[in-house]
Ligand binder design. Structure first.
Ligand SMILES: Cc1cc2nc3c(=O)[nH]c(=O)nc-3n(C[C@H](O)[C@H](O)[C@H](O)COP(=O)(O)OP(=O)(O)OC[C@H]3O[C@@H](n4cnc5c(N)ncnc54)[C@H](O)[C@@H]3O)c2cc1C
Length: 402
C-alpha cells in the first residue's frame, strides 16, 4: 500500500487548510456566540468544490478520490466541527444516494445543486422509537394517493431539517414486507404539513441544528419517489447504502476532533506550570499524550484505508464499520484525556474542551452506535454474516456501463 497522498489530494488538503484558517477560524467565536447556522460558509464550501470531490464531472463533481475527501474533512474539522456535518448531508447521505439510486431526472434536479449548496439537504431515517433498530422502530407511513403519496409520522435527530430545502425521508409503504416495505421520498421542506422543530443539544447547538420532524399528511408527487416506481419497496436498501458512504465521513470527523483535543492538550501541557514545572513534564500527563498520539494515528490509518478501499472499488463495508467504531472510541477517549489535562479549566466555556466531548459523543453514537458496529464486526468475524458480501450495483453505475 502507498501511504502518500497524490499531488491532487495534497493540493486539496492544502486548500482546505487555508480555507479553514482564513475563512472559518476568524468567525468561530462570533458564530458560536450568536448560535446561528453558517449558511454562507456552506455556500462558500460548495463553491470551492469540497462536497463534490468524489462526484462525477457530469454532476458538477471534481472526480477526485475518497482519500482526498477524508483529508479535507480532517482539515475543516480541526478548526470547527459544526461544518463537518455538511460533508454527510451535502456530500454523502443525500446526494450520493440520489446519484446512485435516483432516476435520471432526480439526479439532474438535485445532485449538483446539493454538492454546490444551492440546495441544503437533510436525511430523515431515525425515529423516536430507537435509531439502532431503524427498520423495526419505523412508524412513519406513506400511503398511495392520486398522483403521489401521503406521508404521516415523525422522525428524531434530523440534522439541518429546519434550515434545509430538500431531503430524503424513509417511510413504510408496506409494513408487512419488512426491509422490502420501505420507500425513500424526496421531500421539500416547503411542503404543507412538514414541520421541523430544533432540539436543544449540549455542545452542538444551532451551529449544526438537529430536529424533531413532524410529517402531517405531507403530499409527495410520484416523480419524487426515490428511484421512481422501481424504488418503491427498495428504500431500506438505498438508506443502508447511503449510510455506508456516511460511515466514511464519520471516522474522519472523529479523527479531526480527537486531533483538535490533542493539540489543545499539548499546548496546555507546555504552558501550564504547577509545582514549579510544566505539567507536560509529569509522566502521568505524558501518558495521556502518548496514548492519544498513538490511538489517533491508528484511527487515521484505518480511516484512510477504508477510503482507499472505496477508491479502488473494493468491498469496504467491514472496514467502514471498523474505522467508524475505532475512531469514535478514540475521539471520546482523547476528549476525556483533554478534560483531565485541563483540570478545572476544562469546564470553562472559553475553551472547547467540553464541546469536543459532545462532538466525540456524536461520532460514537451517530450513524450506527459503537455497540452496533461491535455487533456487526463480531458477527462478521464469527461468519454469522458477511459485511463485505457483494452489494447491488447502483442504478447510475449500471446505466453508465450499458
Ligand atoms: C446530533 C445528532 C444528529 C443526528 N443526525 C441524524 C440525521 O440527520 N438523520 C438521522 O436519521 N439520524 C440522525 N441522528 C440519529 C443517530 O443516528 C442515532 O442517535 C443513532 O442511530 C442511535 O440511535 P438512538 O439514539 O435512538 O439510540 P438507541 O438505538 O436507542 O440505542 C441506545 C443504546 O442502546 C445500544 N443498543 C441498541 N441496540 C443494541 C444492540 N442490538 N446491542 C447492543 N447495544 C445496543 C446502543 O448502542 C446505545 O448505546 C443524529 C443523532 C444526533 C445525536
Amino acid at each position: 500500500m502507498d501511504f502518500r497522498l497524490t499531488e491532487e489530494e495534497l493540493e486539496m488538503q492544502e486548500l482546505a487548510r487555508e480555507f479553514a484558517r482564513n475563512e472559518i477560524k476568524p468567525r468561530v467565536r462570533d458564530l458560536e456566540e450568536a448560535g446561528t447556522f453558517p449558511r454562507d460558509l456552506y455556500t462558500r464550501m460548495g463553491e470551492v468544490g469540497f462536497f463534490g470531490i468524489p462526484f462525477p464531472a457530469e454532476y458538477g463533481g471534481l472526480e477526485g478520490s475518497f482519500v482526498g475527501l477524508v483529508a479535507v474533512i480532517e482539515e475543516i474539522g480541526k478548526v470547527w466541527q459544526p461544518l463537518t456535518g455538511a460533508f454527510n448531508l451535502q456530500g454523502m447521505t443525500v446526494p450520493f444516494t440520489i446519484l446512485n439510486w435516483g432516476t435520471e431526472q432526480q439526479r439532474a434536479s438535485y445532485v449538483e445543486k446539493l454538492i454546490r449548496c444551492e440546495l441544503l439537504g437533510y436525511m430523515a431515517l431515525t425515529e423516536p422509537g430507537g435509531g439502532s433498530d431503524a427498520l423495526g422502530s419505523m412508524e412513519t407511513r406513506a400511503t398511495r394517493v392520486d398522483g403521489g403519496w401521503r406521508l404521516r409520522g415523525s422522525k428524531m435527530f434530523i440534522t439541518n431539517a429546519n434550515v434545509a430545502d430538500v431531503g430524503l425521508v424513509y417511510a413504510k409503504t408496506d409494513p408487512e414486507a419488512g426491509a422490502r416495505g420501505v420507500t425513500g421520498f424526496i421531500v421539500h421542506t416547503s411542503a404543507e404539513g412538514f414541520d421541523a422543530q430544533p432540539i436543544p443539544t449540549r455542545g452542538i447547538g444551532e451551529n449544526m441544528p438537529t430536529n424533531a420532524l413532524y410529517l402531517d399528511d405531507v403530499f409527495v408527487p410520484d416523480e419524487d419517489v426515490l428511484g421512481g416506481e422501481e424504488g418503491v419497496g427498495n428504500g431500506f436498501k438505498y438508506a443502508m447504502n447511503g449510510l455506508d458512504y456516511g460511515r466514511l465521513t464519520i471516522p474522519a470527523r472523529a479523527v479531526s476532533v480527537a486531533q483538535a483535543s490533542l493539540e489543545l492538550m499539548i499546548d496546555y501541557a507546555k504552558e501550564r506550570v504547577v509545582f514549579g514545572q510544566q505539567i507536560g513534564r509529569f509522566q502521568m500527563i505524558q501518558h495521556l499524550i502518548a496514548d492519544s498520539v498513538a490511538e489517533i494515528e491508528a484511527a487515521r490509518l484505518l480511516t484512510y484505508q477504508s477510503a482507499f478501499a472505496k477508491d479502488q472499488g473494493q468491498p469496504s463495508t467491514r472496514l467502514s464499520s471498523i474505522s467508524k467504531y475505532f475512531a469514535g472510541e478514540v475521539a471520546v477517549k482523547v476528549a476525556q484525556r483533554a478534560t483531565e489535562t485541563f483540570g478545572g479549566y476544562s469546564l470553562t466555556s472559553e475553551l472547547p474542551i467540553e464541546r469536543n466531548m459532545s462532538w466525540a459523543t456524536l461520532y460514537h453514537a451517530g450513524e450506527g452506535t459503537a455497540n452496533i458496529q461491535r455487533v456487526l464486526i463480531a458477527e462478521d468475524a464469527l461468519a454469522f454474516r458477511n459485511l463485505d458480501r457483494p452489494v447491488p450495483t447502483p442504478r447510475y453505475v449500471e446505466e453508465r456501463a450499458s
